[in-house]
Write a protein that binds this ligand. Structure first.
Ligand SMILES: NC(=O)C1=CN([C@@H]2O[C@H](COP(=O)(O)OP(=O)(O)OC[C@H]3O[C@@H](n4cnc5c(N)ncnc54)[C@H](O)[C@@H]3O)[C@@H](O)[C@H]2O)C=CC1
Ligand SMILES: O=C(O)C1=NCCCC1
Length: 320
C-alpha cells in the first residue's frame, strides 16, 4: 500500500456496504449513542449556509470507542429549485458527500471514501430499523413520497428486509416516478397525488427536498408508521402539524432534531424517545399507535459505515 491514503469510490463502497453487515453495526451505534456504553462523541453537525446559491455545507465528525471508528463526513446539499421548464432535469445532484476515515490511535488519515452511497444506504438502513420496531403488525402497503437517491436506497433496503404486498409511489414530477417504476424489479403503483399514495398505506417514507408539508395527518391511516427523512433544516417541512402533534414521535437524536427538524421545531411536537433507547428496550415501541420516526442523520452512522467498508476492502486487497 502506498503512503497516500486510498480513495474508495462509489462502486467499492457499494460492494462492501451490505445491509447484512451494516444493520447490526448501526443498531449498536444507535444504542451507544442514546446512552449505551460505547463512548460515542458526536456533536450536532455544523452547517454553513451558502445562501447566495441556496446551498448548505455540513461537517459531521464522530468517534466511537467501541467500534474504534474516527471519521468526519463533509456533505453539501442544495435546494436545486425546480427548473423553469417542467420537463428539464436539474443539472446536478442535490447532495454530495465525502467521508474521511482516520486511525484513532494516531490520527493518521486512513482513507477517503465516496460518501454518497454511505449516506443513501445508512439512512435507509436506519429507517428499516425504526420500521421493524414501529410498523403495525400486519403491514402490507408501503408508500414512498419522492423519487430521488434516498427513494431508491429506501426501496432497495426495504425490499430486502420486508415483504410488502403493495408499493405506492408519488413524486412531484410524475415522469420521475414512472422512470423509477420502470427501472426497479417490482410492481410499483405510480400515484397522481401524494394523498392517493398515502391512502391505506401501513408504512410511509418521505424522502423529498420539500420545504412545505407534503404529508398531511388527515390522510394517514391510524396505526401507520412514517419515516420522515427529508426536511432537515429548522425552517423546512415535509409533515404537517396535525400528524406531528398526533403521533408518537421517535427521533435519531433528540438534540439534533430539536435544532434541525422544522417538522419538530415549528409544530412543537413532543419527542417520545430516541431510536437507540427503543433498540436498547429502555423505551417502548408503541407499534399499535400512529408513529413517526424523524431522522436527521447522524455522523456516527457514517463513521461505522466507513470503517466497515475500509476494513472489508483492506482484507480483500490483502488477500489478492
Ligand atoms: N435523514 C437523513 O439521514 C438524511 C436525509 N436526507 C434528506 O432526504 C431528502 C431526500 O434526499 P435525496 O433523495 O438525496 O434528494 P434527491 O434530490 O435525490 O431527491 C429529492 C426528491 O424530492 C423531490 N422534491 C424536490 N422538491 C420538492 C418539493 N418541493 N415537493 C415535493 N417533492 C420535492 C424531487 O422531485 C425528488 O424526487 C432530502 O431532504 C435530504 O436532505 C438526505 C440524506 C440523509
Ligand atoms: O445525514 C446526512 O448526511 C444529511 N442529513 C440531512 C441533510 C443532508 C445530509
Amino acid at each position: 500500500m502506498s503512503d497516500r491514503p486510498p480513495f474508495l469510490e462509489a462502486e467499492v463502497v457499494k460492494k462492501f456496504l451490505t445491509c447484512t453487515a451494516l444493520i447490526p453495526l448501526l443498531k449498536t451505534a444507535l444504542i451507544n449513542f442514546s446512552g449505551g456504553t460505547g463512548g460515542i462523541i458526536q456533536p450536532v453537525r455544523t452547517i454553513v449556509p451558502v445562501a447566495t446559491y441556496g446551498g448548505f455545507l455540513g461537517v459531521m465528525p464522530a468517534y466511537s470507542a467501541t467500534d474504534d471508528a474516527l471519521a468526519t463526513k463533509v456533505v453539501t446539499f442544495y435546494e436545486n429549485k425546480r427548473p423553469a421548464d417542467e420537463n428539464e432535469t436539474p443539472a446536478f445532484p442535490s447532495h454530495h458527500s465525502t467521508v474521511l476515515l482516520f486511525e484513532p490511535r494516531n490520527g493518521i488519515l486512513k482513507a477517503v471514501l465516496d460518501g454518497n452511497v454511505i449516506t443513501d444506504r445508512r439512512t435507509a438502513a436506519v429507517s428499516a430499523l425504526a420500521t421493524e420496531l414501529l410498523k403495525p403488525a400486519a403491514a402490507e402497503v408501503l408508500c414512498i413520497l419522492g423519487s430521488g437517491s434516498q427513494a431508491h436506497s429506501h426501496f432497495e433496503v426495504f425490499m430486502e428486509r420486508f415483504s410488502f404486498k403493495e408499493l405506492k409511489l408519488w413524486s412531484r414530477r410524475r415522469e420521475k416516478a414512472e422512470q423509477f417504476a420502470s427501472t426497479v424489479n417490482a410492481k410499483v403503483q405510480v400515484c397522481a397525488t401524494a394523498r392517493e399514495a398515502v391512502t391505506d398505506a401501513d408504512v410511509i417514507i418521505t424522502v423529498t427536498m420539500a420545504t412545505e408539508p407534503i404529508l398531511f395527518g388527515e390522510w394517514v391511516k391510524p396505526g401507520a408508521h412514517v419515516n420522515a427523512v427529508g426536511a432537515c433544516r429548522p425552517d423546512w417541512r415535509e409533515v404537517d402539524d396535525n400528524l406531528m402533534q398526533n403521533c408518537v414521535l421517535y427521533v435519531d437524536s433528540r438534540e439534533a432534531a430539536l435544532k434541525e427538524s422544522g417538522d419538530i421545531v415549528l409544530s412543537g411536537a413532543e419527542i417520545f424517545a430516541e431510536l437507540g433507547q427503543v433498540l436498547k428496550e429502555k423505551k417502548l415501541a408503541l407499534a399499535e399507535k400512529t408513529t413517526v420516526f424523524k431522522s436527521v442523520g447522524l455522523a456516527i452512522e457514517d463513521a461505522v459505515s466507513a470503517k466497515l467498508v475500509f476494513d472489508s476492502w483492506s482484507a480483500a486487497t490483502t488477500n489478492e
